[in-house]
Design a protein around this ligand. Structure first.
Ligand SMILES: Nc1ncnc2c1ncn2[C@@H]1O[C@H](COP(=O)(O)OP(=O)(O)OP(=O)(O)O)[C@@H](O)[C@H]1O
Length: 235
């Protein structure tokens, strides 16, 4: 865990979400501490993405969601899926340029922006992809590029929805180091949906398990995986 002050960055009280008459989330009370990597886990269809979307402000809900940001007000987000037309002839540099500057590439000083883009890609361990065509990236490579995009401007809270889902075992270890680096060196608090109990044990400070309601909320260290997984089927 980082040495940053441990105040709550996000406080959720009595959150409930209904979609098309179905209660997806009920009575969710959650605290995410600044400087933590906090995992959200639970079975498929449990409401994790719905909870992330609620935090992003994109979901009608009951209850309160409070951000206690002290440095910036920015939230970075990398979704679980992103529809992208792979036939569009655009490089990673141009893609990030458009996302970050929101102006045509030919209008800006490319050299200055290139250094900025390189720095972001370095933070997500994929600077070598800068001149590659986005359409030719693998799923895992594309996620790293999306993560780089979510880091500018620097967010106080980073929301990641299953960030490691397309990454191979070696890549996962790099990815975990990158998350720890974002927390410890950049002071970014991370709330991420994660199905891997091993990854949660290795990198997370806290974990909340959800299946419509919360059935575990506590430290990631010492978590009994078998007990937790057993509860998946009983809810
Ligand atoms: N727009 C919607 N309208 C109606 N039902 C929805 C909508 N979005 C999600 N749901 C339903 O809400 C439930 C929770 O979905 P959600 O995507 O939040 O689960 P999840 O925990 O992220 O699942 P997974 O681990 O499979 O990604 C599912 O039963 C899903 O079908």
């Amino acid at each position: 865990m980082s040495s940053t002050e441990e105040h709550n960055l996000l406080e959720i009280d009595n959150l409930s979400v209904s979609l098309r008459g179905n209660r997806i989330l009920e009575d969710i009370n959650l605290r995410v501490k600044k400087g933590h990597i906090h995992a959200l886990t639970g079975p498929n269809g449990a409401g994790k993405t719905t909870l992330m979307r609620s935090v992003m402000g994109g979901m009608p809900h009951k209850g309160t969601i409070r951000f206690l940001f002290r440095e910036s007000t920015r939230i970075g987000y990398v979704p679980q899926f992103l529809e992208f037309d792979h036939s569009v002839p655009i490089t990673v540099f141009d893609f990030l340029f458009l996302m970050l500057k929101k102006m045509p590439v030919f209008l800006a000083r490319r050299r200055t922006v290139r250094a900025e883009v390189e720095e972001l890609l370095t933070a997500t361990d994929c600077a070598h992809l800068i001149d590659r065509s986005v359409g030719q990236l693998s799923g895992g490579e594309f996620r790293r590029v999306l993560l780089a995009q979510a880091l500018s401007p620097k967010p106080e809270l980073l929301l990641l929805d299953e960030p490691a889902s397309n990454i191979d075992e070696v890549g996962i270890r790099h990815f975990e180091e990158m998350l720890i680096n974002l927390r410890d060196e950049h002071g970014i608090t991370i709330l991420m949906v994660c199905h891997s109990m091993n990854m949660i044990s290795r990198v997370c400070d806290a974990v909340t398990a959800v299946n419509r309601t919360i059935f575990y909320d506590g430290p990631a260290k010492g978590l009994n995986h078998a007990d937790l997984l057993q509860q998946y089927t009983f809810l």
